[in-house]
Design a binder for this molecule. Sequence first.
Ligand SMILES: Nc1ncnc2c1ncn2[C@@H]1O[C@H](COP(=O)(O)OP(=O)(O)OP(=O)(O)O)[C@@H](O)[C@H]1O
Length: 636
Amino acid sequence: MDRRNPDSIGTVGLKSTPPDNDFNCNYLATPTKLNGEEHVALVWRNVRVSCTLTGGCSYIIRDVSGALQPGSLVALMGPSGAGKSTLMTALAHRSAANTLVSGSILLNGQHVGPSMYDVSGFIYQDELFYASITVSEHLHLMAHLKLGRSLSAPDRNELVRELLCRTGLTKCAHTRIGEVGQGKTLSGGEKKRLAFASELLSRPKILFCDEPTTGLDSYSAGQLVAMMRDLTRGGTSVLCTIHQPSDELFHMFDSVMLLANGRVGYLGSPRGATGYFERLGLVCPGSSTTAEFLLKSLSNRRECRGTKSLKPEAICDRYLQSEQFQQQELVINSEIFLSQYGYRKRCLKRRKQDGRSCWFYTLYYLMKRNFLQSHRDPTLQYMKLAQRIVIALLVGLCFSNTIDLTQAGAQAVQGIIFLIVSENTFLPMYAMLAVFPESFPLFLRERKANLYGTMQFYVAQILAMLPFVLLESLSFILIVYYLAHLRPTLLGLLCTVGTSVLVMNISLACGCFFSTLFPSVPMAMSYLVPFDYILMITSGIFIKIRSMPVVLRWLPFVSWMMFATEAISIAQWDGIEHLNCTGVPRAACHHSGEDVLSQYSFAREHLRTDLGALVGQYFLFHALAVLCLMRRANRS
Ligand SMILES: Nc1ncnc2c1ncn2[C@@H]1O[C@H](COP(=O)(O)OP(=O)(O)OP(=O)(O)O)[C@@H](O)[C@H]1O
């Protein structure tokens, strides 16, 4: 219970928060020290939302007006498909890209825009987290991402501690969030509370909650609504969609907005709702809760009918002539008046500082989050490393006694070069395909909330992977090099290792490109397989580039396998003067390293071009991947 504020016990006898530890939890219900200017009011008038898909789509929301006054707890209710989520995302300035919002939505008198992200939080119906990090780590990382450098380390720690305490998560602070089927994970209710705590980090003035109680038992749902009520005591306004709350929960809200087919059927106090509907001739049977009765009344398939049978459209028409509608108009007008005459602050404070330092600061914490996620997932990283080591041992041992300065040795060297290049190409490329589709939904939400940009997200993903990529690539090539007795010179080793690492990075970049270009892994896979064949055919091992049909001679230039095979071949053969021709006809014999290279149309003068082309392809694929990601994010 809040010790400063005795009123923080819910109206239905639910304590605002279970006292699960000895901490003083005074974050949520901190009585507002703000004067009227610091409050944020949201009013909306004649809001319409339509979707812009080709093939046409009618209005989802039609001429909806209302107000969210500072410190109020408002429930948004309606039958499934009534448009609750659509209205809420429009008010929160987080609408899907394929929807068009018209009408006025005013935040302290100003048309709503990106400043909404600085004053509001949004709790989605399905909460998304990085599963491998702990609750406490998640809150600390989110504090860095949301608040930047605006808080000192002790203040940040204190804030996280307070929120853990207030949301009853202290006992699972060091539990990994987890996913279903991963051993110990947070329960559904704990995840909801964590989503709640994450949004409260930035002390939002408005909190939008999309069905936060769905999937919770009645006690947990009661706790959550009580928590929201506590929050409103600090001046925060909460708009919350909710499905069929119990009577206790229903009456905890200050007002309720009922939607039917995208229109308002009632907006007013929960207490007045039953009476209002009774005056329309719709009577609630004793067995129903108030919410059930209201939803059935507004549903197209109604069971709850009174003497008069009003259709949802007629109920919405009657609302426009009601006293409740007139009262709402007064509230909207008074809020507009308060904003116009300076009682509501127009320039809302930004959460984070702008500028370069903030860009790198955010990048660092995104990288840290990605690193923790991949580092802690043994199935993903350590299994991959073990797999690479096993393959390296296999390849190295198979070739261990085959490499010498003979004709057979020359063939073995070219064979192992092909294996090195293809091993560094195909596995990493396919491993990347799932990365962006998996992280895209969370990225989209956080990007919409203005936490970071596409470039920061992309660079963080790549940099966080880099240590593992280097480890995998180096362990593979060093084992193979040593066991197969490849050329024992420093230059040969450096050039081979450097090219292999580069090849692995290009393959990752190409995998990123395919994974951002296509919306799903199977689709990306179906295009990647033919591309793999182009890579292999043009690697220079199977066919001389000069003997390919003229129209296809450009293909090798999109194939890093050709440049890499040539670079490593040069590293292995350049400067070798003599090869043993015993048992081979003189005409078919390679007398020197240069002969071996020329058999594949390779030449030592190409080395710089090869390395330059590899570096160029690395940047090209990353640039294409970023463009695709931006395009997809803008369209979502
Ligand atoms: N981006 C969109 N593109 C096309 N149609 C949409 C889009 N968003 C919502 N709709 C349609 O608008 C209607 C209202 O959807 P919305 O999700 O807002 O309803 P809801 O009241 O929140 O429903 P529920 O309670 O089931 O979550 C639905 O018929 C839905 O299919």
